[in-house]
Design a protein around this ligand. Structure first.
Ligand code: EPZ
Length: 417
C-alpha cells in the first residue's frame, strides 16, 4: 500500500488550482442514467471515487468517454440496472444510481452500502422516500431490490438532513408522474449544482439550496452539458494546509462563496483571507489562535472540514472544543494526531484540543478520507518526517495531492508499495 512521506516545517506559498467537487460530480455522473441522450461534463475531478462511478455506469451499459477533466456519458439503453457489491463496498455513493435507475427503467438492484469508518450511514431515508413515490423495495441477500411501473410525485419529509438522500430523491422525482416536494432537504451547494445540471437536461426543479425542493415531473430529459462546481472541501483543506505552515497562497478555480463558515473560522484563527472572483487568497499569521467548531448541515460548519480543523487546533495557541454532530464516529484521526504529540481528549462527540507549539513527525495511519487530510495538514506543520499509511483513502477525494502540495513548496513524496 502506498504511503505519503511529508517533511514538515516548510511554509506553503504560491498558487494552487482547485479541482471539481467530488460530492457534486458523483450524483451528476449518476444523472446520465435519466436520459438516452448524451451528457457532457467539464471540470470532473480525476479521483478514485469518480473512476469507480464511471466503472459502475459502464457496467450498466453507459458509453463513457473521458478526456482529461471532460467526461461524455451516453446511457442510450440500460443493459443491466445493477450496482454490484464489489463496487458499492468501495464507494457508498453508488447508492446514487438507485433513484435514476428507478426513474428511467423502473427497476434496480443496488447492493446495500455497508457502514464505513465514520459511522453506520444507513440509507433508510432514501428507501422511505422512494417507497412514498410508489416503489416496492425488498432487501434480498444484501441487495436493495426496487421496482415500480412509474414513480409518482409525493410529499416527502426526511427525518434528518441527508445530502445523498436529497440528491437521490430529487433525481427520482424528475421523471415521476406529478409534483414531488422534498421537505427538510439538504441545502448543500452540491445539491444546487445537481439541480442546475438536471434543469439543463430539461427537469423542472425549484428551491434547490433551500430546505424545500419542488420537482415537477416531466416525460423525458435531453442532452445537456454542465461544468462541475469547484470542490469547497478541497479548498478548505488547502486553506488549512497554508494556515498551519504560516504561509501565503492563492487558490484558483474556486470561490469563498460556499465556505462562509470555514472562512469565518480561519479569520478568527488570525488568517487574512481575500476572496476574489474565481480564487481565494490566504495569508496566515506566524501562530494561529485556537478556534472551536461545531459541525452541522450547510450553511453551518461542514463535517468534512472537522478533521482538518482538529489538526489546525493542535498547533494553534489556546484550547478548542470540537463538536461533531453529523457522524457518530468521526474522530478516528484524534488518536493518530496524539501519536504526533497532539494534546487532545475525546469524549463522545466532543474533542478538546489544547494547542501546542509543536507536533513531531511520526508514522501514522489513514482511516478515512478526511482523517487522512487531517494527517497531511498535521504532517506539514510537524517537525521532522511524517509517514502516512493507507493513503488510498486520500486518493478517493484529493486529485494530485502531492503534486499540488509540492508546487506550494511542501516536501511530500509518495512511497510506493
Ligand atoms: C454526504 O454523505 C457526503 N458524501 C459526505 O462526504 C458528507 O460528510 C455528508 O454528506 C454530510 O455532509 C457525498 O456527498 C458523496 P448524509 P451522505 O446522508 O449523503 C444519517 C466526504 O468526506 N442518515 O448527509 O452519505 C447519516 O448516518 C464524504 O466527502 C441516515 O440516518 O451523508 C448521517 O448521520 C464523507 N439515514 C446523517 O444522516 C439516511 O438514509 C447525514 O448523512 C441517510 C443519512
Amino acid at each position: 500500500m502506498d504511503k505519503l512521506a511529508i517533511e514538515g516545517g516548510h511554509r506553503l506559498e504560491g498558487e494552487v488550482a482547485i479541482s471539481g467537487a467530488k460530492n457534486a460530480a458523483l450524483p451528476i455522473l449518476a444523472a446520465c442514467l435519466l436520459t438516452p441522450d448524451p451528457l457532457e461534463l467539464h471540470n470532473v475531478p480525476d479521483l478514485r471515487d469518480v473512476s469507480t462511478m464511471l466503472e459502475l455506469l459502464a457496467r450498466m451499459g453507459v458509453r463513457v468517454e473521458r478526456m482529461g477533466d471532460r467526461v461524455r456519458l451516453e446511457a442510450r439503453q440500460i443493459e443491466q440496472a445493477l450496482a454490484p457489491y464489489e463496487l458499492v463496498k468501495t464507494m457508498r455513493a453508488s447508492i446514487l444510481v438507485l433513484g435514476p435507475l428507478l426513474a428511467r427503467v423502473g427497476e434496480a438492484r443496488v447492493s446495500l452500502p455497508g457502514g464505513c469508518a465514520i459511522g453506520a450511514r444507513p440509507v433508510d431515508q432514501h428507501i422511505k422516500g422512494l417507497q412514498a413515490m410508489g416503489a416496492e423495495i425488498a432487501l434480498e441477500h444484501g441487495d436493495i431490490h426496487a421496482r415500480v411501473s412509474r414513480l409518482r410525485g409525493a410529499k416527502l419529509v426526511t427525518d434528518m438532513v441527508t445530502v445523498t438522500g436529497t440528491g437521490n430523491l430529487m433525481m427520482a422525482a424528475v421523471l415521476a408522474d406529478g409534483m414531488t416536494v422534498i421537505e427538510n432537504a439538504a441545502r448543500e451547494p452540491e445539491i444546487v449544482d445537481l439541480a442546475s445540471c438536471l434543469n439543463a437536461m430539461g427537469a423542472r426543479i425549484n428551491g434547490a439550496g433551500t430546505d424545500i425542493i419542488r420537482v415537477e415531473g416531466v416525460a423525458r430529459l435531453h442532452a445537456a452539458s454542465h461544468r462541475i462546481m469547484p470542490d469547497r472541501i478541497e479548498t478548505g483543506t488547502y486553506l488549512c494546509a497554508v494556515a498551519v505552515t504560516g504561509g501565503q497562497a492563492r487558490l484558483t478555480g474556486t470561490s469563498a462563496a460556499y465556505l462562509d463558515a470555514v472562512v469565518d473560522k480561519l479569520l478568527d484563527a488570525g488568517c487574512e483571507i481575500i476572496p476574489e472572483r474565481n480564487a481565494i487568497m490566504i495569508t496566515a499569521p506566524p501562530r494561529l489562535r485556537a478556534v472551536s467548531v461545531r459541525t452541522a448541515p450547510y450553511p453551518a460548519f461542514p463535517t468534512d472540514m472537522q478533521a482538518q480543523f482538529m489538526a489546525l487546533n493542535c498547533v494553534a495557541e489556546g484550547t478548542a472544543v470540537i463538536r461533531e454532530t453529523i457522524f457518530e464516529n468521526r474522530f478516528l484521526h484524534a488518536v493518530e494526531l496524539s501519536r504526533m504529540g497532539a494534546n487532545l481528549r475525546v469524549d463522545g462527540n466532543t474533542a478538546i484540543v489544547i494547542g501546542s507549539a509543536e507536533l513531531q513527525g511520526a508514522r501514522v495511519m489513514a482511516t478515512d478520507l478526511r482523517a487522512s487530510a487531517s494527517l497531511v495538514v498535521a504532517g506539514l506543520a510537524a517537525t521532522g518526517e511524517t509517514l502516512i499509511d493507507r493513503i488510498y483513502h486520500l486518493d478517493r477525494g484529493y486529485e494530485g495531492l502531492e503534486t499540488k502540495l509540492c508546487a506550494l513548496g511542501a516536501r511530500v513524496r509518495r512511497v510506493r508499495g
